[in-house]
Each structure stands twice: as structure tokens, then as C-alpha cells.
Design a protein around this ligand. Sequence first.
Ligand code: SF4
Length: 284
Amino acid sequence: MQITLSQNLSYCVGVQRTLTLVEELLTRNPEKSYYMLGEIVHNEHVIKDLRSKGLHFTRDIKRIENHGIVIIQSHGVSRSIMEKLKDNNIDYVDATCPMVRVIHKQIKKLEEQGYFPVIIGKKGHDEVKGIAGQVSQALIIGKPEEVSPDLFFEKKKVGVVVQSTFIRADALTILEKIKALGTKVKFIDTICRPTTERQEEVKNIAGKYDCILIIGSKTSANTNHLYSLAGGKKSSVYLVDDPESVKDLPIPKDATVFITSGASTPMHLIEKVISILIRGKKQS
Ligand code: SF4
């Protein structure tokens, strides 16, 4: 078996930065209680590990005990959550990814310039909620079929930003549908560089290997995007959440295998997959 590793394995810079900060705080101040308002990353293995090290997860500010400190996750949060923390005198450490902060700034600027804010992104995703929460109101569009004349009725000019991990081609399809309604559109491409690099790499290698393994959680948007971008050519593509599941995949022993991962996948899971493949799995 010939294994090739992606140049973009494991955490993106934003997730790595937040995790390093969290680990440092938990080690340096074991007597303090740290909370996250939602998942730090969409990966159950990471959440379980941090929980065992003492990090608390809650979406309810009322559940934060006296002197508890909130760490804002890399996805960022809305203005109203920041205000609630301040109103309740809750200390916080803001670990919002700098690239998400840029999206916050851009959408606020668009609103100030008189554009109706539109976010191309997944409804209900923490990052999208945080972006929408920077402005008084915003339209969130996740699929081309959601673009309808009714939604854009009386919106003379709209300002569009994109969730950092969205598939660029899908975002551009949605954008074209909005433009086709005749609305004036100002578009700011806010898909982050690490996402772009991962997506481009997977698109370029699709079909060049017998098998592509995308290691990451099924709940992670960027992992699922890599999976869908890698499909459709001659490679067999698998999304691997639990490394042990690799043992059951029908990968021939002489296959060429390309391994990449979502931006929230810890390195030790990737190493485990590699070691199972090298040791020799159930052959088909
Ligand atoms: S995917 Fe991009 S925006 Fe999101 S945390 Fe990683 S680097 Fe930051």
C-alpha cells in the first residue's frame, strides 16, 4: 500500500490557536473554572479529552458558576452574547479566530454602508450565528434553492459574506442566483485561506489515487465539504470518524491511498489510521 499524506493534516491555524490557549489556561490555573459556550470544535474526541481535563461546556450563561471564566471559541459569538457576559460580570477570554473576526468586521461595514447583510452559510452553525449576531438582521442562505424573489423583495442592495468553511463553488452558485434577481450585490469572499487550501488540494488529487481517506467527525462541516469535493471521480472516498473503522474498509493491499483531514481532527487520530493501514488491515 502506498500512502500519501496531505499538506493540510489536522488542525487549521485557528483551531490550533484556540486549543493551545485552552490547554495553557487549564494547566496554568487548575483552581479556576473555564467554560465554553458550545463546542470548541466539531469533534467528539477533542471535546471528551478537554472535558476530562476540566473544561465545562454550556450554552446557558446562567449555568456558569461564580467566578467561572468563559473562553469564546474560534467560531466566535454574537454581540448579544458578549453583552450578556458583560452585564453578568462574567470574565471571558476571546479566542475567536482572527479570520472569523474579519468576517464580523466585514458584515458590520456592509450594514453601515447601507447594504442588507446576507450570509452564505449553514443555518444553525455556531460561526454563522456569531456572524449574523454582529448586525441588526441578516439573511442566511445555505443552498441555491433557498434564493427566492420573496426573500429579496424590496432589498435594493445586499452585502454578501460567506461562512469561513463553505465550499467556494457552492457559494458562487448561490451568489449568481442572488444576482439574477436583479438586486445590487456587493460580495466579499470570506472563505478562509486554510479552508481554501484544503479544498483545492482535495479537488486536485481527486481521481489520482485509488482511495482517499478524509479523517474527521461526521458533525464537522468542513470535513463533510472535503468528502463531497473528493467524490465523483475514480477514487473510492471514505469519511473516517473512528480510526478503528478503517479495518473494515475494502482497501486493496496494493492501493494508492491519500489521507487528509478536517480542520478539527486531532493528529493522534490520523496517526492511528496510518498505523492501522501500515500494520495491515483486513485485506479485500
Ligand atoms: S477554518 Fe478558518 S476561520 Fe475557521 S478556525 Fe480554522 S482558520 Fe479560522
